[in-house]
Design a protein around this ligand. Structure first.
Ligand code: BGC
Length: 417
């Protein structure tokens, strides 16, 4: 098995592709898109590939945030069993690229003019050593609140503008006997929420210094301590069964009106859409209070692997399809994200999607577009893992105070560097 793959890869690296080579019209995709909204979005790409005569094989590995998927992928790649493409987050793409296992889509990128339409912060993770090794499928942002409108009205609440407003609002829900904050107590969800808390507590410059530049002074500052204090406040509003809950089940609590609000990336909007809910009427999408004007992003890349010569044409077709304007619109409308190219009209997006697109434009122009540390765009995977570990220990009481949390964070990031 290994030998066959090795020979095939050698052929691939010689650029052995052409009319003489019989092509296998199949693509294999590894991903962690197993919720309703995610599946609906992925189907848009699948249908577009099937319409071009390709057969579509999926390797789904459940688990939001993708940790389980990346473990499965590493095993496949070690066995020489590369999929055509894998869903992947930022710095992980660069790690795989360093190992020399990625394909090279540069010629296609040139022909399609991707460098002109894909925003520079995404190219930073799609291009390695001058070669296109991945295609960005979307752009998600994490600093959102998803609020059930009927519950909000019932408790006489209004959209929170500040962190303190949010705490007051959560208190109202609690008093009314509704679960205030729907959270899944898994490390990646908690850390994704903490990204927003840090941005809200410290502001854009602080977020960048701490979570993109890994500046030691910012990491050990009083502002970071205050961020943990604020996280502790939020955690008093979750229900007793939150530990281990999947993110989409937390979203379902808000959709059904069993909970008031979820703090989550805009993949949550895909769940509202799949449930037939309308923004403005059934639910509200508002920026996490105190973060308006900034966008903390992550992008799902399709990292394109080196594949045998007979599979390269299918890989190119997949990459072109993912970045076509039609698929970009169809996919992202279902996913809750915004297009990863700048020239897709917002016409068919709902009001949250339109807001997402407008916010992204403002943040790119204003220098307030930041990578999510929890979602693989702030720092390499070892550091992101260290971060998630400290946050989850704090949330679940293994780290008891904010002072201790700050010390542990500084140490864990230092050790992981
Ligand atoms: C991905 C999203 C996905 C979410 C939950 C995130 O890491 O970027 O595409 O929907 O995890 O599975």
């Amino acid at each position: 098995m290994k030998l066959i793959a090795g020979v095939a890869l050698a052929a691939a690296s010689l650029g052995f592709v052409g009319a003489a080579q019989a092509q296998t019209k199949e693509v294999q995709i590894l991903h962690w898109w197993t919720s309703g909204g995610e599946a609906a979005a992925l189907k848009v790409i699948k249908d577009a590939m099937v319409a071009q005569g390709y057969s579509w094989k999926e390797v789904p590995v459940a688990g939001g945030g993708g940790d389980a998927a990346m473990t499965a992928l590493k095993a496949m790649v070690a066995a020489g069993n590369n999929p055509t493409a894998s869903q992947m987050l930022g710095y992980t793409v660069l790690d795989f690229a360093k190992q020399g296992v990625m394909g090279d889509l540069t010629e296609t990128a040139k022909a399609e003019g991707w460098d002109k339409v894909v925003p520079a912060p995404l190219q930073k993770f799609a291009v390695y050593d001058g070669k296109w090794v991945a295609v960005p499928v979307n752009l998600h942002s994490v600093n959102w609140l998803w609020i059930n409108k009927a519950v909000l009205d019932k408790i006489g609440g209004t959209e929170p503008k500040t962190f303190d407003d949010l705490i007051v609002l959560l208190g109202k829900a609690k008093a009314a006997g509704v679960v205030p904050l729907a959270l899944g107590g898994q490390n990646w969800q908690e850390a994704t929420m903490f990204d927003s808390v840090v941005l809200s507590t410290g502001g854009p410059d602080f977020y960048k210094k701490a979570f993109n530049d890994l500046d030691d002074d910012a990491l050990k500052s009083d502002t970071m301590k205050k961020s943990f204090d604020n996280l502790a406040k939020l955690i008093t509003y979750v229900d007793p069964n939150f530990a281990g809950r999947d993110w989409n089940l937390a979203t379902a609590m808000v959709i059904k009106g069993d909970a008031l609000v979820q703090v989550m990336g805009d993949w949550a909007k895909g769940e509202f859409k799949a449930a037939g809910k309308t923004p403005g009427t059934d639910y509200l999408c508002v920026r996490f209070p105190g973060t308006d004007g900034s966008v903390v992003y992550n992008t799902d890349m399709f990292a394109m692997f080196a594949v045998p010569a007979d599979r390269q044409a299918a890989e190119v077709a997949l990459a072109k399809t993912v970045l076509s304007k039609e698929v970009q619109a169809g996919f992202n409308i279902n996913k809750g994200s915004v297009p990863s190219r700048t020239d897709v009209p917002d016409t068919n997006f709902d009001e949250c999607g339109k807001k997402g697109i407008a916010d992204l434009q403002k943040a790119s122009a204003g220098g307030t577009l930041f990578g999510s540390l929890a979602q693989g765009y702030g720092a390499p995977p070892a550091i992101a893992d260290a971060y998630k570990d400290v946050v989850t220990k704090f949330v679940h009481g293994q780290i008891k105070t904010s002072d201790e949390a700050v010390q542990e964070l500084v140490k864990a990031i230092d050790d992981a560097k």
